[in-house]
Design a protein around this ligand. Structure first.
Ligand code: FAD
Length: 347
């Protein structure tokens, strides 16, 4: 039976793995992270408050998900039926909000990573496993991990990491068509995570749950602020997530989270019109590869033999649905080659 290794347990890798596993192929997913989801992430913090008994949770990557295609729409509907997703209807700020995406805005439950957990249910996934190199091994591929161990050979490998990490994993001497990855541009993003005691919170005075500014429209530090606990199914202290704009994130990329968090908190205070009270928890998270600025323009790249694939949201755009579509297209191409699909994928 065909064996497949997928590097990356974000939406791209999980979608691809799910489709292949459902068709009966033997698939293993490897991810260097501690949990599933990649940028579909939720950070949970405990031991907060005076008693040390309080918790807070933050969706510090993806904020919400919208669907334009029928395939992704029905996947979100299935996740909602499984209680892994719900619709978020935030109060939008009346001040300088970019035209909102068309509703509905879906979020994972009880956190954004709930969506990833649902897509990854029942799959064979090795976490905390960083792939360092992928080498040819007979007619297949062997994975070398950073602890010196190796696994394989696999008949087919799918790399679903951000583009610069994918370049590092290409087999030695790989050129066309993979050189096109170098033209893809992805911007970083600094995220701020803040939790407040409810009696000390911002939600009542702010009067909004979500504020967004068009990128590049001004010199403001922040482009996004969300009252995370207004999303369905969230528990714990009043949590806020803010994102800095691309220009600010690039300019401060190598600063420490300890330096960045107070600046983002000040931005949140200015937005709400009040000096932000002292948070019960504050942190900053650096997303080095956050949002695609210049996509590849097709859903994936593969070698001539159809045994090495590279995909990700960056192939098509900057949204979760782009990763979903890329992963689905790779799965379709693999199934086609295995004689298990009834029509050729679009690209
Ligand atoms: C701050 C922020 C806000 C966003 N907001 C939204 C939003 O509101 N709505 C929306 O639709 N999209 C949003 N996005 C974009 C969205 O996150 C992406 O489009 C989508 O999650 C990409 O999924 P992916 O699977 O392609 O990549 P990722 O989620 O990045 O998954 C790649 C995986 O590869 C793993 N990996 C990398 N290298 C290795 C290695 N060597 N070995 C093993 N594993 C490896 C990583 O750990 C990661 O889990 C946002 C992104 C960020 C960062």
């Amino acid at each position: 039976m065909t064996t497949i290794a997928i590097i990356g347990a974000g939406v791209t890798g999980l979608t691809c793995a799910r489709r292949l596993a459902e068709a009966g192929l033997r698939v293993t997913v490897f991810d260097k992270g501690r949990g599933l989801g990649g940028r579909l992430a939720t950070r949970r913090v405990s031991g907060l408050g005076r008693s040390g008994a309080q918790v807070a949770a933050f969706d510090h990557g993806v904020q919400y998900v919208t669907a334009r295609g029928a395939d992704f729409t029905s996947s979100l509907e299935r996740r909602a039926a499984l209680q892994a997703a719900a619709v978020w209807r935030p109060r939008l700020s009346q001040s300088r909000v970019e035209t909102p995406d068309p509703a509905p805005w879906h979020v994972g439950t009880p956190g954004m990573s709930g969506l990833a957990k649902s897509w990854g249910a029942d799959l064979s996934i090795a976490l905390k496993t960083r792939v360092e190199r992928i080498e040819p091994d007979g007619s297949g591929w062997r994975l070398q991990f950073d602890d010196g161990s190796a696994q394989g050979p696999y008949d087919t490998v799918v790399v679903s990491t951000p583009p610069s990490q994918a370049l590092d994993l290409l087999p030695k001497g790989a050129r066309e068509p993979f050189s096109a990855i170098q033209d893809v541009r992805v911007a970083p993003c600094w995220a701020g995570l803040f939790a407040f005691d409810p009696q000390n919170g911002l939600a009542a005075t702010a009067g909004f749950d979500c504020w967004r500014l068009e990128e590049g429209g001004s010199d403001d530090v922040l482009v996004w602020a969300a009252h995370n606990t207004s999303k369905p199914g969230r528990v714990g202290l009043e949590a806020w997530v803010v994102h800095a704009g691309i220009a600010w994130s690039v300019a401060h990329l190598e600063e420490s989270p300890e330096m960045v968090a107070p600046v983002l908190l000040e931005g949140l205070g200015a937005l709400t019109g009040y000096a932000a009270p002292k948070p019960a928890y504050q942190a900053a998270h650096r997303w080095r590869y956050a949002r695609t600025i210049e996509p590849l323009g097709k859903p994936f790249l593969s070698d001539r033999a159809g045994s090495f694939y590279v995909g990700g949201d960056w192939c098509l755009g900057a949204r979760v649905e782009c990763g979903f579509d890329s992963g689905a297209a790779i799965a379709h191409a693999i199934l086609w080659d295995a004689g298990l699909a009834d029509r050729r994928a679009a690209g």
